[in-house]
Design a protein around this ligand. Structure first.
Ligand code: HEC
Ligand code: HEC
Length: 456
């Protein structure tokens, strides 16, 4: 049962509908109450948790009779106890959402849908013919038309889990300017950062507070802030052109130019973007790749782009604080070219390197011919539930690093791609300690270049 206070205005229609119940004609109730849901341009209350792929409209066919027979056949109607029908349970799922704010936003719509279906199902269940007839074979069944894997992938809770691993996990790169909740007045080391953050908020306002108290609040604010399109300003998250999301453009942009008086000009939020925080990450580094991959996946999820299981990204990157530093790269590797590093463990029993990598990172060749990369653990499906989405760790041990230089600029067109579907360009071995932070990086000096030409 749905537990929600009835609005006074609805009492009248409730009384009217209860009074009409006894001899209600299912087709009339259908026309009056379900058709408006079917024809509505607005998404149903399912959108609270299903970004796409699932809509209450999927459960309504053009005729009352076909709809009921089809729902009954799919087990979504309980003819003995109509109020316990599965379709009503699906509609009331939103009441138990852990995201109370989302539940409130959709409450009124959901109540309307629930009442309409409850009323109509009850009327249908009083019609003996509808309880026994089979749906005509010409009728295509009710329910979503896309595979279950896609329905799961486009659910808000999965998108949020991915947000935690790929975006929220990178927020300390934006400390202290955009991370008010990480500032601790009791920590003497935070005195200066707190002051700095305060000054920025005084000057630029609440838009400084990008990272809120929780990932859920943060994701919701980013999405909401991107719905309002303003002239002269890229959206924070840009579903049409993910790379032109302000969330990526700002931290990869330089400070604004200075005017004649020596003051910074107003920072630009359209291309070319400038950032009062200066360059805080590089295009194609590991944070950029993770954030961009999330934006791409989010965008595809909201826009119904995924139709089959094969289109879904693995979405299995778990952030760690382990840093790998590789020195002595080949002279021919161009500066600022992206390189992916994959970590393969030594398998004692097979006396060989494991085929499946346990971690990877992406970084750029520095002017000093170094690579500095923070690893993402690559999780295999069975272990995922046990992993920590904010910081994972790797067990120390002997590993082979396989390096893939993006020599053909593959990443320019497919920035979230992994390059390890071909032979590596170079390898190195190290007994990795996998400690935390740049100061404790595992360092490799010198690599073996592969004789095979990459791509062949
Ligand atoms: C509060 C969030 C929430 C709302 C609102 C919601 N769902 Fe779901 N839905 C879920 C979750 C969570 C699952 C996975 C359930 C599970 O695996 O047990 C799911 C699974 C499903 C599935 C997959 C099949 C299945 O039985 O597991 C379908 C279909 C579905 N929901 C339809 C709907 C429809 C239709 C609506 C709107 C009338 C809706 N849902 C509203 C959270 C929600
Ligand atoms: C040293 C402080 C500082 C750091 C660190 C910093 N920023 Fe900023 N950022 C600013 C300031 C100041 C502004 C407001 C002026 C502007 O738009 O450039 C800003 C603006 C932004 C905006 C525009 C917000 C809006 O709604 O207009 C985004 C997005 C942004 N930063 C992203 C980031 C990200 C992501 C990081 C971390 C990877 C980061 N910044 C690191 C100082 C910083």
């Amino acid at each position: 049962m749905i537990r929600m206070p009835l609005r006074p205005a609805c009492l009248i229609c409730l009384i009217a509908s209860v009074a009409a119940d006894d001899n209600a004609d299912p087709a009339a109730v259908f026309a009056q109450r379900l058709m408006p849901i079917f024809q509505s341009e607005n998404p149903s209350s399912c959108v609270q948790c299903h970004l796409s792929g699932v809509d209450l409209k999927d459960y309504i066919l053009p005729s009352s009779r076909d709809t009921f027979l089809s729902l009954r056949q799919r087990g979504l109607i309980n003819t003995d106890s109509p109020e316990d029908s599965k379709i009503l349970q699906l509609i009331s799922m939103g009441d138990s959402d852990t995201d109370a704010k989302a539940a409130r936003i959709h409450a009124r719509n959901r109540q309307r849908e629930y009442d309409a279906f409850a009323h109509w199902i009850k009327a249908c269940c009083q019609d003996a013919d509808l309880l026994t007839a089979d749906p005509p074979e010409t009728v295509s069944g009710v329910g979503p038309q896309i595979p279950l894997d896609v329905i799961r992938h486009t659910r808000t809770d999965r998108v949020l889990d991915s947000f935690v691993r790929n975006v929220w996990s990178q927020r300390m790169r934006c400390f202290p300017c955009h991370t008010p909740s990480e500032l601790n007045p009791d920590n003497p080391l935070h005195e200066k950062p707190i002051q700095r953050h305060r000054e920025f908020v005084e000057k630029y306002g609440q838009k400084m507070n990008i990272f809120r108290k929780t990932p859920m609040e943060t994701m919701r604010a980013l999405v909401a802030g991107s719905g309002r399109r303003l002239p002269n300003r890229l959206p924070l998250i840009n579903p049409e052109e993910p790379r032109n999301s302000l969330l990526l453009q700002k931290p990869t942009a330089r400070l604004p130019a200075k005017n004649e008086a020596g003051d910074f000009e107003k920072p630009s939020s359209q291309l070319p973007v400038s950032h009062m925080g200066g360059i805080k990450m590089h295009k194609d580094d590991h944070s950029w790749k993770a954030i961009l991959s999330w934006i791409q996946d989010y965008s595809a999820s909201v826009s119904n782009e995924y139709q089959s299981r094969e289109q879904l990204p693995a979405d299995n990157w778990y952030p760690t604080e382990h840093v790998i530093r590789v020195k002595g790269l080949p002279d021919s590797w161009p500066q600022m070219q992206p390189v992916q590093i994959f970590v393969h463990r030594w398998n004692e029993d097979a006396a060989a390197w494991e085929d499946t990598p346990v971690a990877f990172t992406q970084t750029l060749v520095t002017p000093r011919r170094l690579l500095n990369g923070t690893l993402f653990r690559l999780a295999q499906p069975p272990e995922r539930a046990a992993l920590n989405p904010v910081t994972e760790t790797l067990v120390p041990g002997k590993v082979q690093l396989r390096l893939y230089l993006d020599q053909d600029n593959v990443l320019a067109d497919s920035p979230s791609r992994l390059l390890n579907d071909r032979p590596a360009d170079a390898t190195a071995t190290v007994t990795a300690r996998f400690r935390k932070g740049f100061r404790n990086a595992d360092i490799v000096d010198g690599v073996q270049q592969s004789s095979q030409k990459a791509g062949s």
